[in-house]
Design a protein around this ligand. Sequence first.
Ligand SMILES: [Zn+2]
Length: 136
Amino acid sequence: MMEEIVAALAALKQATDIAKGINALNVDFEVKTKTSELLSVIIDLQHSMLELQGRFGDLQGENEELKSEVSRLRLSASARDTLQFKEKMYWKEGDSVPFCPVCLENEQKQIHLTGPHREEDLMYFHCEVCGNNIFK
Ligand SMILES: [Zn+2]
């Protein structure tokens, strides 16, 4: 779509040059008047096209944001469906490694924890992404 707008702007530029070329020729007054009218219409079209180009750019950006929001929400919905919250961590059926509750709840990211680590009589899992320790 952006390519088409750029092509249309290039065509309008060409049309402007042609109309200016006609105006520069030794033609009668009526031809010059009509050519000037044509030029003014072409200039209006160029302005509309430039506005359209700007608006299209805005919409493209908005669309990208919405796409990433949709995929984030899909991921979070599927995470909710397949993960179970037990012992302060998220677990997936058939997966013996738990997921970080901080990353999942804040960022909707499924990050496997490392561990269990032991420190004296404490046992905990660690998240390499957010750095949190989850003690059992
Ligand atoms: Zn984390």
